[in-house]
Design a protein around this ligand. Structure first.
Ligand code: PLP
Length: 405
């Protein structure tokens, strides 16, 4: 099926070309930071898998299993991680939670994160803080262009009035402001002061650069339905090699054991052995039966990203946002975009006129899908958005401003 798709000329992905989204209703789909639309190759892959389970039931499982290895390799290339150290999990939250619960904490350890992080990267640390008596501290992060992330972090890491920092949890890209966090520098700082770094990659992977291993990221969790353009309910967790023997396996399921399938495949009885050791590789957190359709969707969507080239996608998205940002600023919006930019352009509308929810709704009625998190208006184009759309978006903005004056 994959070959068939690749050989069909109409299904070749091209930057600024939405022919892989023939049914997409919005004229400007700018919500990839929420949920990406499903492309034709992804839709076909899911359909193929459903058809195969329809025909074969249980026998279809083995047919699709090898795609998980291909998926891990693609995810490793897109994130600079190591394929063998990637576990497939349902979403970002469960990746982060696995780290939060299994980290070898000592009572009183400090955990740092930032105000304004998405709750998926806060709740797991709050749970760990409660369970293991940790000191969770959220550092202020000003919602302005170019906030001093490293200064705030460096100061907190050196704060002798509290215990030692064992772990820092940050997003690769902040979901509200679109701030691209300086992960390489953050990792260097963390390691200088003996702290591990856990990154929530969902607002960046697929569009911005990430070199998880080379930069020294210890843990990287990510879901598939935003910039990776897969379906909901699939994600991954990368665990740096050196942490594998140190994690406490407080989470484990039937798939976490060594030779876990033997009792289902060996000809004779006696393999139902509950005392098999837990695996020490990253996949011990996979626990139980996984989301085959979601992983297949993600394999198909990441193959498109790889074909287009992550750097080319980034340049395209930046060019789109440059144009849109300039037009919005001209019309009185304040931009929160920092340099280097991420794929997200967040703005604050002029004080007079519509509020952000009204802006998002009014633009939605005009075929422009954006989002309005926490008092901001947020635009998030991807590889298939054409720069030609920007003129239309700005026309609509101007018309709405005139109407509401
Ligand atoms: C930074 C960030 N992390 C995580 C999530 C979602 O987490 P999950 O994949 O667990 O649903 C979002 C948005 O939905 C997000 O913006």
């Amino acid at each position: 099926m994959l070959n068939e798709i690749e050989n069909e000329p109409g299904l070749k992905p091209r930057l600024a070309d939405r022919s892989l989204f023939p049914n997409l209703q919005y004229r400007a789909y700018l919500a990839h930071c929420s949920i990406a639309p499903i492309s034709l190759p992804v839709q076909r892959r899911i359909g193929e898998a459903v058809a195969s389970y329809t025909r074969l039931g249980s026998a279809a499982f083995a047919e699709w299993l090898p795609y998980r290895t291909v998926l891990r390799e693609r995810l490793a290339r897109l994130s600079g991680a190591v394929a063998e150290n990637i576990a497939l999990v349902p979403n970002t939250t469960q990746g982060v939670l696995s780290v939060a619960l299994c980290f070898p904490w000592r009572q009183g350890d400090r955990v740092l994160s930032f105000c304004g992080e998405f709750p998926a990267n806060i709740t797991p640390w709050q749970r760990a803080a409660e369970l293991y008596s940790l000191d969770l501290q959220l550092l202020p992060l000003e919602r302005v262009p170019q906030p001093d992330v490293l200064g705030a972090l460096s100061e907190a890491l050196q704060d002798k009035s509290r215990g030692a920092v064992r772990l820092v949890a940050v997003s690769l890209v902040q979901f509200q402001s679109g701030l691209l966090m300086p992960i390489k520098e953050i990792a260097e700082l963390c390691h200088r002061y003996g702290a591990a770094l856990c990154v929530d990659g969902i607002q960046g992977l697929g569009v911005v650069e990430c070199q998880a291993k080379a930069w020294g990221v210890d843990f990287l969790a990510c879901g598939s339905h935003k910039w990776l353009m897969g379906a909901e309910g699939a994600g991954f967790l990368y665990i740096a090699e050196e942490w594998l023997p140190r994690l406490r396996q407080v989470m484990a399921g039937w798939l976490s054991h060594e030779h876990t399938f033997d009792f289902l495949s060996e000809p004779e009885s006696g393999h139902l052995d509950y005392s098999r050791p837990l695996r020490r590789d990253a996949t011990f957190v996979e626990l139980g039966t996984g989301n085959t359709l979601g992983y297949l969707a993600l394999e198909a969507s990441t193959s498109i990203l790889e074909e287009l080239g992550r750097e080319n996608i980034y340049a395209h998205v930046c060019a789109y946002n440059d144009l849109l940002e300039a037009g919005l600023v001209q019309r009185g919006f304040a931009s929160l975009r920092s340099k280097p930019a991420s794929g997200i352009l967040s703005v604050i509308p002029p004080a007079e006129g519509l509020n952000t929810a009204q802006w998002a709704a009014a633009l939605g009625e005009r075929g422009i899908l954006c989002s309005n998190p926490d008092g901001l208006l947020r635009f998030a184009p991807h590889w298939h958005n054409s720069l030609d759309e920007v003129g239309y978006v700005l026309e609509c903005v101007e018309a709405l401003q005139k109407r509401n004056r």
